[in-house]
Design a protein around this ligand. Sequence first.
Ligand code: PHE
Length: 345
Amino acid sequence: LQQDYLARIATADLAALEDIRIAALGKQGAITGLLKTLGGMSPEERQEQGPRINGAREAVTAAIAARKDALESAALNERLAAEAIDLTLPVAPSPQGSVHPVAQVMDELAEIFADLGFAVATGPEIESGWYNFTALNMPETHPARAMHDTFYFPDTGPDGEPMLLRTHTSPVQIRTMMAQKPPIRIIAPGRTYRSDSDATHTPMFHQVEGLVIDKGITMAHLKWTLETFVRAFFERDDIVLRLRPSYFPFTEPSAEVDVGFTVEKGKRVIGGDPTGPNGGWMEILGSGMVNPKVIEHCGLDPDEWQGFAFGCGIDRLAMLKYGMDDLRAFFDGDLRWLKHYGFSS
Ligand code: PHE
């Protein structure tokens, strides 16, 4: 009987092993049954049969334990081998996005102006007529409103004027002056909208607004700030600016700002002598001293506080610095364009 069990155990799998254990050593098991017969035996018989039966029980118990152990460690080894990870294998390349040139330029602007003490401010793209126009000294009848090709919503805002997509970042000037006490130094980059579309205009475009409100601020501060910014942005020290008298309802006086360029190898580059044979001027932004009426609309005393403001197209800046020639491609979402002009993060 013992030999029979030992032979079966030697080839059993885990499930068969349990069956054998029950058949041999369970309550109704064969060896258990033999052990029970010991009680009815004569002392002599018991002395002879006892060690044999107990020996068989021990041998079968040990054999089952040993086989179980062997089977389990084999299963574990198999699992370890199957689930092993080869850490020396090269990583499969995964597709990587890139930073859009507009986002890149916004980051550069924030960094340059942070060095000059400017914080970044934001405002909503869906704006009320009051913030976008009226507070900026463009009342409803003002002709300058018509020049903005505004996208209007059918809804009227809390100020009684129709809601609209902001046509410039200048409403952020108003929101900032109303929300915080001077001195104020902010730039406000963001999306702006006008119903206009050709190679140099898209209905959605980007501007950056600049605003300084403090005591004793003059046009000289404005020019120095813009010059410092443009030289840092285009990474050249030989860049000059020209301020031309202009008109914006929210600045007085107002100036359009031209940057000097030169033609190098058939391409316009910012910098160099604009009055030389290869030089010229290019308009890059609008600016001026904040109109006292605007300061007053924001609840500040214009006799105490003065400031300058400017507004500049970001997409144009990106095109000039990184050499794209069609603005529309910025917003097509063509992966080849994004791969070519995008930046790694
Ligand atoms: N908001 C003006 C525009 O969009 C630019 C500007 C901003 C001009 C601030 C002067 C001061 O054209």
